[in-house]
Design a protein around this ligand. Structure first.
Ligand SMILES: [Zn+2]
Length: 114
């Protein structure tokens, strides 16, 4: 195997190196605390995945040990779903409550005329 630097492969191998380094630490899942079976094949829900603590989309580095942790694939996916907070369903109701009954409307908005 040649080990010459290849810019096109640099990111992939840096990531793979980090993946292997974290795997070698043998730590439990950072998200649920359960041990990870590092021998499971990639794609298995309980297999090992590298999880970014600060998402890359928020400026985190996917290549720094300080910003990654081991996690189960399924835990990582669950977390991924959670990071996009959705407004509660009650929001539209609050919106309608802000509007007073129609007869009070004119009195409360004296500056509406051009
Ligand atoms: Zn887990």
């Amino acid at each position: 195997m040649s080990r010459g630097p290849n810019p096109r492969k640099a990111n992939g191998s840096a990531r793979r190196k980090l993946r292997d380094a974290v795997r070698a630490e043998g730590l439990p899942c950072a998200l649920c605390g359960m041990p990870i079976d590092y021998s499971l094949p990639a794609g298995d829900p309980m297999s090992y995945e590298l999880d970014e603590i600060v998402p890359v989309s928020k400026g985190g580095s996917p290549f720094e040990r300080a910003n990654v942790q081991p996690a189960h694939r399924i835990c990582n996916q669950r977390k991924g779903n959670k990071t996009a907070p959705k407004p509660p369903d009650s929001r539209p109701n609050d919106e309608t409550e802000k509007f007073p009954p129609s007869r009070e409307w004119g009195a409360q908005r004296p500056r509406e005329r051009p």
